[in-house]
Structure formats: C-alpha cells, structure tokens
Write a protein that binds this ligand. Structure first.
Ligand code: ADP
Ligand code: MG
Length: 696
C-alpha cells in the first residue's frame, strides 16, 4: 500500500515563477534589483508639466463619455485646477466608468502628451484621490509573464526585510572599502536604497551604477568572487602533485631536435613557464592562450614529454573526435618514434570506438604502458583507470564544462592516491590579459603572442549574399592554383533540418558550378566513419571544396586550404568567426576569408551583427577580437558563457569597476587569513551553492 504523503501545499504559479528566476532564499530576493523606478511620490500640476513627462496628477472628473470615433473608447476629462487633461481608455469595464464618473476625485499616473487639443493620457493607472503619497520611488523589477509586478514587489520587500544583511566585513577592511565606494554605506543601507530610493535621487547615478550604493554592492560581489578564487587557490596549495624534472638529454630534448621547425620565442617562453610549474609539488593550474595557429600543440607535446620522461602518464583531451584525431596523428608522428625504444605507447579513446579496441586501450592505460592518452570526453569516463596520471591537458577548454574538468583532476591513479595531476588548459579565444590576471586569482596564464614565421596575413572581405557568383569565381581561381576551399554554413540548433537543407543546397550548387572538382559535405548528423572519410579526402588534397555545417569540427589543420567562405556570417559569434578564419592562412600561401551576409528581407543587418563583421574586417589579432567581443557583449556575458557556463558577475563591470576589483583583490587574502568565519559567511551569502562550481 502506498504510504500517505505528508500534506505539502503545491507551489502557486507565481511562487513557481519566482523559483524559476532563482529567487529562492531571502537574500536572493534582496539582491534582485529594480530595472527602473516610477515616481509616485509627487503630484504635478498640469500647468507645470512637460510634454512626454511620466506624471502623476490629481483632479476632479468634469466629463465622461463613450465615443465611437475612430473606435470605441472611454473619454474622461480631468480638471486639476490649473488645466484639464483628457484620459483615453480603449478597453474598459463598467467599474472603470463608475470610478471615473463625473464629480469623482481621482489620482492618475501615465505619460502626458501635450497637443493641439490639450493634454491627453492614454490608459493611465488611476485610483481614488487622497491617501498618503509614498516617500520613495516605486521599483519596477525584472520579471516574467507569470509573475505580476505587484507580486514580485511584495516578495522582494519581504525578502529584503527578512534577509540577514549583517556586516561581513571586519572593521579593519571597512575603512578601505569606504574610501573606494566614497561613502559609509552598509550592504543593508545600499540595498534598502536601491530598492526604494528617495524622490530626490539622481536617476543618472542609479542608472550608470556610479552611485555609492551601487559601488558598495559591486565591491561586495567582487569580494565574494575573489574570496572563492583565493580559497580555491589555497585548497590547491594543500594538494600535491608529482614534481616533474626536465631530464638533460631526455625526451624533451629529443623531441625539440626532431621537430621540423624551430620554436618561436613566445613558444619557448611559455614552455619554460610550464616546465617551472611542473617542477613544483603543487598542482599546476595554467591557461595557455594563443591565437589560432600560434602553435599550442607543440608546446603541449613538450610538456607531455617532460611528464613521460619522469615516468608518468599524460592525457590530452579535445572536444571533438576529429580534433582529437588530429592531435593523435601529430603527437604520434612526433612522439611515437621516441617512445618506442622506451617500450611505451600512445593510446586513444573516443566514443565511437569498437568495444575490442576500447578494451585493449583501457588495459594499456591501466597498466601504464600507454604513456600518452589522447581522446575526447571518453577519457574522463569512470571505466578509465590511469596508472599514474601526472599531467592533464585540455584543448579548447571553454568547450568543456566545469564538471568535466573536475573529473579529469580526480584521475591521478594509485601511485599517488592523495595527489592531483597538473592541469594545462589551452584556448584560442583569449581573455584579455589584464582581465585574466586580475579576475582569475586561481589561474596562471601563459600567452603565446606571436605567430610562427612565414605566415601571410589573411585578407578578410565582407560581402552581401547577392554577390555569390563573384565568390564562386574566386573559388575557381583558388582551385586553379591548386589550393583548397572551406565553405561553412551556420548551425542553428533549433532548426538543424533547415541548416542541413541549406548546406545540401549549397553543396549541390557548388558541385554544379565547379565541374570536375570534388566537393564534399560534412554535417553534424553524419556517422563518425563517414565524417572521417570526408575529412581524409580533404586533408589528403583530393577534395577541392569542403562544405560544412559542423563549425566545431572544422577545427582542423590543412595548410593547403587558402580560402574560407562563411555563409550567413551575421549569425555567428565573433570568436566563432575568428576561429573559423583561423583554419586558413596556415601555410605560406596568401589566404582570404569571405564573410557573406544576408540582410533580413528588405532590411539592414542589426547593429551588433554589423559591429561583429566590421571587427573581423578590421583585425585578425585574436586579442583585439577578444577586446571587441568584450565591448560588444559586456564582460559578464563574456566571462560567464565562455569560462564557466554560468554567469559570474551580475552587478560589477570589469571594464569600469577596476578600482573595486583592485580593492577586492587586496582585501580577499587578508580576510581569509584573519577573518575566516566572516569570509565564509560572505561567500555563502553571495554565491550560495555556486561556490564549489567557481573553482574549476
Ligand atoms: P594552435 O595554436 O591553433 O593549436 P597548432 O598547434 O595547430 O596551432 O599549430 C599550427 C601549425 O603551425 C601546425 O601545423 C604546427 O605544426 C605549426 N607550427 C607550430 N609551431 C611552429 C613554429 N615554431 N614554426 C613553424 N610552424 C609551427
Ligand atoms: Mg589547436
């Protein structure tokens, strides 16, 4: 017999809506700040009013009628003693007419329009005159359709009343804070004020968030973020990793000697930074950033050589099978001849592997015979047991979630049960350096700021789709010179079917326009084996043109490809466009990227789309692109989406609030060392359950 469930009241629709907005704890409600304010604190006279003013007036109804021209409406004349105003209602009920009957005294609020026929207000809010005026502005909150403004106002007001807003900052740090925020505002004062500012407030200062109340709030938010970063750093400092020494005459040296090129100065410098980290007993936590084509893979291979030489295993993880396979091919080419004499092998793991091969690989990994393991997400699955993993390298780290990064860190193996492997993350979508250094206190950053010599800059052209024929002509030109061409169609997740038909149509169009040329098609729904077959024809040079919807898997290295055409370029993000463009210009040949856009029917492209395309045409420097991206999108979104999968900063803006960030960076370590309980309370208040998540 099923047990009786204890009576639990089901959540009402607005309660559910609150939950959906993440407004669960009192503090969440208290930190849900208004979008804007309405002023109900004063009554203006019609004589003193301005056209377009959002105004509250009070007066007597002198006339009321239902008019049918131009359409049915209720027209009410209100006289406030200085002038009259016509109120218009296109939808109304008998109750409206009754409340607005001739002789009634009412208070109305709406947008005043002055015209030839005198003042009018369309659909003003109204109620009977009298009653006290509120002494603060009325907040208008971000909300959803299921959540009426009046409901959320009440919920926030009571959350604000109940929330524990007691001071978390020790007096020793308060003085410094008050200097940077220019005032003695406590968190409670600041929130009270931002929810219910007095009528004399400068709305500008509230809007641009320069008001001291805002400053205090942002400083607190940044402090919480820095505290969690420093905590993560401290926790890592308590862990140990194997100290890996570079052996003279060892694998590292042999690999360097075997490379067909000399390292750039930048590659040497970051290589040394990594080698220094590996020598320490502290787990490395380093981000290697470098523009597309700057040569991160070889730096990774050199780091792997150090670990392997010291008798440990190394894992390299890439977000897609094709990328993983590329690494595999290159690393095998470089490392396998050096590993063979040591009796070591390279293993690889992907989702599409046959059972037998997989079992074999798992055994190699568990025994330690596989010194290097390359693969996709398959590398972090539970069945994968390392013998002694000392170094984990993640390529295109932003494509991996935090949980996946954490999983990799727990794979050390039995040789060092309490240890953690060194972690090297690589990215071609750089965070502007100053931002990275100051914001990510728990991350060391190495930057390759130089491309290998002999690359010719990529010429970027932005053209309308109406010039397709010219673009195809250009492809012919490249093919005639023995070059190869990528053509990318966008992937919109909601409408994969449409994309596919776009790509298929383009594929047919190009096949027809380019007789005698092998034109391939690559899309996300294809079985892996088929994808690989297409890729190998393109890599091998037999295929002249590759049409692809799978943006990610174009992360490939075919130096003979010299032209990248991107269809519907307006639908791609800036960093995506930059990544795609980076697929050409990898050899010595002059390369070009054509960004084709399709304006909406009869219209113009939106402003941000145009800004993105302009940025692409202006520069091919990944750091400059990242800076523009930051400008166009704002840092909250930039860092959030890119680095952690969740937005980190709600209030502070790293481009304008550097003084607050500087303060938080100095205060955080002091607070952790001297006031740990308060620090913990501060983190819990601001980050709640998310704190763990911010560490990886
Ligand atoms: P990314 O940083 O985008 O991952 P890769 O590591 O794929 O770049 O390198 C891009 C290409 O440049 C590869 O073909 C690689 O072999 C080559 N390369 C790397 N370093 C150098 C160098 N110092 N000199 C010449 N070519 C290099
Ligand atoms: Mg790469």
């Amino acid at each position: 017999m099923p047990e009786a469930q204890p009576d639990r009241k089901p959540l009402s629709a607005p309660q559910k809506a609150l939950q959906k907005l993440g407004l669960v704890r009192d503090i969440d409600l208290a930190l849900h700040l208004p979008l804007r304010y309405e002023d109900e604190t004063r009554i203006v006279t019609l004589r003193g009013a301005r056209d377009g003013q959002l105004a509250q007036i009070e007066g007597t109804v002198t006339h009321s009628e239902i008019s049918f021209r131009p359409r049915r409406q209720l027209l009410v004349t209100l006289d406030d003693g200085t002038d009259t105003c016509t109120l218009r209602f296109f939808t109304f009920y008998p109750a409206h007419q009754k409340a607005l009957a001739v002789g009634a005294r009412v208070r109305v609020r709406g947008e005043l329009r002055g015209g030839f026929l005198g003042w009018t207000m369309v659909h003003p809010a109204f109620h009977a005159a009298g009653g006290e005026l509120p002494d603060a502005l009325t907040p208008v909150y971000p909300t959803s359709a299921q959540l009426p403004q009046a409901y959320i106002r009440k919920a926030v007001a009571s959350g604000l009343k109940r929330a524990d807003l007691s001071e978390t900052l020790p007096p020793a740090l308060l003085g410094g804070l008050q200097t940077v925020v220019r005032g003695t505002w406590t968190l409670r004062d600041a929130l009270q004020y931002l929810h219910h500012p007095g009528p004399d407030v400068s709305l500008d200062a509230l809007e641009d968030r320069s008001h001291p109340a805002w400053q205090r709030l942002k400083a607190e938010e940044l402090l919480a973020q820095q505290l969690s970063q420093f905590t993560a750093r401290q926790e890592r400092a308590a862990l140990s990793a194997p100290a890996l020494r570079l052996l003279p005459g060892g694998l590292h040296e042999q690999l360097l000697a075997a490379l067909p090129f000399a390292l750039t100065a930048a590659q040497r410098r970051v290589g040394e930074e990594i080698a220094r980290d590996l020598m320490r007993q502290l787990p490395m936590h380093r981000l290697l950033q470098g523009d597309v084509g700057s040569g991160k893979t070889v730096v990774a291979a050199l780091a792997a050589a150090i670990a392997i030489d010291a008798g440990w295993q190394c894992a390299l993880m890439a977000p897609t099978e094709i990328l993983a396979e590329q690494h595999f091919a290159k690393l095998i080419g470089w490392l396998e001849p050096l590993l063979a004499p040591l009796g070591k092998r390279v293993a690889w793991l992907t989702g599409s592997q046959k059972k037998k091969q997989r079992t074999e690989m798992l055994a190699l990994i568990a025994s330690g015979e596989a010194a290097l393991v390359v693969g996709t997400h398959a590398v972090i699955q539970d069945q994968v047991q390392f013998r002694n993993l000392a170094l984990a390298i993640i390529d295109e780290q932003h494509r991996f979630g935090v949980a996946q990064r954490l999983a990799l860190r727990s794979k050390m193996g039995p040789d060092m049960p309490d240890g953690e492997p060194h972690l090297l993350m690589m990215t071609a979508t750089p965070i502007p350096r100053t931002l990275a250094m100051s914001y990510y206190a728990d991350l060391d950053v190495s930057t390759i700021d130089q491309l290998p010599p002999g690359r010719t800059p990529i010429v970027t052209k932005v053209v309308a789709d109406s010039r397709r024929a010219e673009v195809i002509e250009r492809i012919r030109g490249q093919l005639a010179e023995g070059r190869q061409v990528y053509w990318v169609c966008p992937l919109i997740e909601e409408s994969e079917a449409i994309d596919l038909s776009n790509a298929t149509a383009t594929h047919a169009e190009l096949s027809q326009a380019l007789p005698g040329v092998l034109v391939g098609l690559l899309h996300s729904r294809m079985p892996v084996a088929e994808k690989k077959a297409v890729m190998s024809l393109f890599t091998g040079g037999q295929m002249g043109v590759l049409v692809s919807t799978t943006v990610i898997e174009v992360g490939v290295d075919v130096p003979n490809a010299s032209l990248m055409v991107i269809e519907h370029a307006e639908r791609f993000g800036l960093s995506q466009l930059h990544q795609l463009r980076g697929r050409v210009g990898r050899g010595a040949a002059a390369s070009a990227c054509v960004l084709m856009y399709t304006p909406p029917d009869g219209g113009r492209l939106g402003e941000t789309a145009r800004e993105r395309l302009r940025a692409m045409a202006d520069t091919s420097d990944g750091f400059e692109i990242a800076r523009r991206d930051l400008e166009i999108r704002g840092p909250g979104e930039f860092l959030g989406a890119r680095q952690s999968g969740a937005p980190l900063l709600r209030f502070a803006d790293l481009t304008t609030d550097t003084h607050l960030l500087d303060w938080a960076r100095e205060a955080a370590p002091v607070m952790l060392a001297q006031y740990p309980a308060q620090a913990e309370r501060h983190i819990a208040r601001w980050l709640g359950g998310k704190a763990e998540y911010l560490k990886a």
